[in-house]
Design a protein around this ligand. Structure first.
Ligand code: CP
Length: 344
């Protein structure tokens, strides 16, 4: 199922997003986030008719990756290509960041050369420094120690496609809630009006700081947040169930300990039997099959993980277009309605 193609009148406030950073979606109002989701839906519908929509002809995106990526790298690069621009991938050892050039100098120099920066950094503090010193928009492509807002906004877009609404839904995050994805899903969904149930052992539960932010979102949106150690209770009330990989680059002894404490939170057939009929399963991927999720769930009929992966490109195209902006109304009639919304 796909959402209706929005008309420009339904895309308010996009012009005001030009030049802003996407450090966190919590810097954006609910209305601004919904406009980005509307734009993503319009771009996805347009993509089905014609993949190349050169709104950003001649524009460049620098992509800094301190850690590996499949989805983030490919979706941003393909997205920029489809928008008529260019993306360059900058990995450790290829630029001076982390070597003898400071983060601030790197940010200032890159800002003179490209139109936007997307960065995946090990530490949130590094991204914060890039944001502080860059003079072009900086997009958070995951900070390992805090959040992943382009993924959680994509998840909201995917839920809208499948469920038709975000308001009034209940989502459960099961397992490693302390992960950057647990943080981002909890913050994005509560801001957009979906209630969250976070099921984890105490040592892997969200931090008090993240909980306070999510509760502030709930106070604004009318959503609710609950924390539990009971995965069955969480799944039983959920329209959408999320999980995330239990580890990434940890040593073997840490993996064994995580496996021991998280095993009761594996999303498997036995747990799914307690779920609501029609519930969806989401995972940002990469998945560690047989650990946080079984093949039967990941590949089963409730799983929407491939839509979720594809939608990274559509949401990020909307984000790039809104943050970089356009100079004048496109001559191409296919692009004029979206162009008008960006210039309004
Ligand atoms: N979900 C996600 O960010 O995937 P990558 O690590 O492959 O970019």
């Amino acid at each position: 199922m796909s959402v209706a193609v929005p008309r420009p009148a339904a895309l308010p406030g996009l012009a005001a997003l030009r030049g802003r950073h996407f450090f966190t979606d919590q810097d954006y109002t609910r209305e601004e986030l919904l406009s980005l989701l509307d734009l993503a839906a319009a771009l996805k519908a347009l993509y089905r008719r014609r993949p190349l929509t050169p709104f950003l002809e001649g524009r460049s995106l620098a992509m800094i990756f301190e850690h590996p990526s499949t989805r983030t790298r490919i979706s941003f690069e393909a997205g920029m290509t489809e928008l008529g621009g260019h993306a360059q991938c900058l990995r450790p050892g290829e630029i001076h960041l982390g070597g003898h050039e400071t983060v601030a100098d790197t940010a200032r120099v890159i800002s003179r050369l490209v139109d936007a920066i997307m960065a995946r950094t090990a530490f949130h503090a590094t991204l914060a420094e890039l944001v502080e010193h860059a003079t072009v928009p900086v997009i958070n492509g995951l900070t390992d120690d805090y959040d992943h807002p382009v993924q959680s906004m994509t998840d909201a877009f995917t839920i809208l496609e499948h469920c038709g609404t975000l308001e009034g839904l209940t989502c459960a995050f099961v397992g490693k809630c302390a992960d950057a994805m647990g943080t981002s899903v909890a913050l994005t969904m509560t801001r957009l009006g979906s209630s969250m149930v976070m099921a984890a052992p105490p040592q892997e539960q969200m931090t008090p700081e993240v909980e306070a932010l999510a509760r502030a979102n709930c106070a604004q949106s009318g959503a609710t947040l609950s924390l539990t150690e009971d995965p069955v209770a969480a799944v039983a009330q959920a329209d959408v169930v999320f999980t995330v990989g239990w580890w990434w680059m940890q040593p073997e002894d840490e993996k064994n300990e995580l496996r021991r404490i998280l095993r009761p939170y594996q999303v498997n057939e036995a747990l799914w039997e307690h779920g609501k009929p029609g519930a969806r399963f989401m995972h940002c991927l990469p998945a560690i099959r047989g650990e946080e999720v079984t093949d039967a769930i990941l590949d089963g009929s409730a799983s929407i993980v491939l839509d979720e992966a594809e939608n990274r490109k559509h949401f990020q195209k909307a984000l790039l277009l809104a943050l970089i902006g356009i100079e004048k109304l496109p001559a191409d009639p296919d692009l004029r309605e979206i162009g008008a919304a960006l210039l309004r």
